[in-house]
Structures are given as C-alpha cells and as structure tokens.
Design a protein around this ligand. Sequence first.
Ligand code: SPD
Length: 288
Amino acid sequence: MESNQYINDGWFFEVNELWPGMKLALEIEKVLYSGRSKFQQIDVYQTRDHGRMLTLDGIIQVTEFDEFVYQEMLSHIPLFAHPNPEQILVIGGGDGGILREISRHDCVKNIDICEIDKEVVRVSREFLPELGCGFDDKRVNLHIRDGNAFVHKQKNKYDVIIVDSSDFTGPGEVLFQKPFYQGLKAALKPNGIIATQGESIFLHKDVVASLAHITKELFVKQAYSSIMVPTYPGGSIGICLGSLGPDLKRPAREIPDKIQKQLRYYSAEIHEASLVLPYFAKKMIDEQ
Ligand code: SPD
C-alpha cells in the first residue's frame, strides 16, 4: 500500500487545528488517487469498511458510507422548502453529490455550479462515479471559477443557492463571511432560499453563531439544521438556511414518491426535526 502524510500503519488519520485534541481514524486498504492541484492536495482512498473516501488537504469530504446524509439534506431542505425551484446555483460541490440530488427534481430547469478546482471534478468523475454522475445531467452548467467572485456577478437570478464548501480556513474562509452572504442575497430572486455548509454546533460555536447572526440580519427567515454524519468531525455537521420568503420549517410541497424512494435520510419528518436543536445551540442562535 502506498502512503502519504495522513496515513500510518494502514490507518488514515484526520488531524486538524479546526478540531483540536481529537482525530478520526479510518482503516485504509489502498490509495486510489493522490495528487496536488493548483489549490490543494486531493486523495481518494479505498477504506476497509466505509467505501471510497475523498479528502482535500487531508480533510474528509465524503465517504461512500455516509455521503448521502449531507448531500440529501443540504439539497432537499432548500429545494422542498421552495414552492417551485427552477433556477439553481451550487457554489463548491465539485464532487457532484449535490448535483445528483438536485437532479431528482423535475421542476428544476437550470443548475449552474461554480467550483474553483477543476481537478476535484475530474477526480470525482473518475474515482467516485456515484457522486460524479451529478455532472451528467443536461441541465448542469459547470463554471470553473472562484465562487465568491462568481456570486457577486449574479443578480436576481436564482431560486435556490446551495453552498457546498470545505471548512472555514484557507480559500474557503471568505465563504463564511458577511460580504459573501450579501452577494448570495443579491443573486437570489425575491422568494429565494440559501443553504450553506454550517459546520458543527459542538466544535465550531463561534462560526455557527456568526452564520446565524449574518443570516438573521440579511434574510427574512433563518434556520439551522443539524445532521448526523459519522465521518465528519464530532459526528455531525450543520446547514445554515436563509429565506427571502418561503417558510423553512417544513417542505412547501408534497415529496413525490418517485423521489422519496430514492432517498435514505431526507423525509418531511427529518426536515422538520433537524431544525429542532439541542438547548445550548438553540440558545446560542436565539441570542444572535
Ligand atoms: N469537515 C468537512 C466538511 C466538508 C463539507 N463539504 C463536503 C463536500 C461534499 N459534497
């Protein structure tokens, strides 16, 4: 087996200053791809028990074992909260998993995706076809550009914007700040909804509080969903939601049987339930 800086004795270790004093380890059978793009280190592993895994700069982005949780919830909460989403923008999301979920909605007419790193798209299409297949939908238009710059050029165009970013350091940092959210708001149509990667209520309280503050200030309605993803730090991650009109608390339309049968995590019940937060997190968000 090949090895790199994150692997020791057949185990991958996710160690990062964003979650000090803890690390997640997964047993690895093989390094399927390892390369450096202009922006980051990209690796794909065959794990022993969790399917294939994509990491960027040593941070787990997806494992085949639990990727469905994050991709379904980040996509279907805003898409079902909107009564008729036709024009969609995805920022980040180069692995294609979010596109795969959006494609399940027949009402969607156009999906723009702006990903900064074309290598992530290429590697995912080759090594993670169950996610990379998201790019096969004819409604998808891929823009290889900086997401922040792209957003600031769009005005009054999208019904739903989904930000599938990596974490809040390095190139991703700007995607957690107010000017970016102002850009998202301006890019939305009057009834638009945003859903963004919102980190962890346990590990990133300051970030969650700041996102809540920004979305409360800019949007008519705001909510935060917490979901279980065993291979993310601390086993959970959040979704920050902002709406210029529609209620976020529950689906605005019936979930077609055809879609529900394809899903493993999202349902009308979990949409509502995921927005009910543990008391400490609710208090923290209410105080913003
Ligand atoms: N701590 C890792 C957060 C990763 C969020 N993005 C995942 C991309 C999946 N499409």
